[in-house]
Design a protein around this ligand. Structure first.
Ligand code: AMP
Length: 113
């Protein structure tokens, strides 16, 4: 998508602080971290939000979660971590390219605000 910031980051047109990359998935550090570890894991393919997950792209989303688990292990988040995706306006989604926040390094409350 031409005007999507995360498509541009995935294509290397906008720089990011990368944590992991393969041909389908990119993980990079959030610019405004909400925890000691705050990484965004995205599919390079443009999918708007979790509302668009279906049988055509669910294997890709499963791969995103494999990457999140691998990063959590590598970064030593053994005490626990959170994986969050905000979907739509009420949930506070600000970038309309699906992304999973991998948060760790502190305790989290439940339910989230
Ligand atoms: P959300 O509000 O769930 O859509 O999350 C969007 C996230 O993207 C926010 O946590 C922002 O801090 C983060 N973000 C926006 N632009 C960039 C960027 N260029 N590099 C890294 N993180 C970004």
């Amino acid at each position: 998508m031409a005007d999507c910031i995360f498509c541009k980051i995935a294509a290397g047109e906008i720089p990011s602080n990368k944590a992991y990359e393969d041909d389908k998935v990119l993980a990079f550090y959030d610019l405004d971290p909400q925890a000691p570890t705050h990484i965004l894991v995205i599919p390079k393919e443009h999918i708007k939000s979790a509302a668009e997950i279906d049988e055509t792209n669910s294997a890709l989303i499963a791969h995103v979660f494999e990457v999140a688990a691998k990063l959590a292990k590598e970064l030593g988040l053994d005490n626990g971590f959170r994986v969050v995706t905000n979907c739509g306006e009420s949930a506070g989604q600000s970038v309309h390219h699906i992304h999973f926040h991998l948060l760790g390094g502190r305790d989290f409350t439940w339910p989230p605000g």
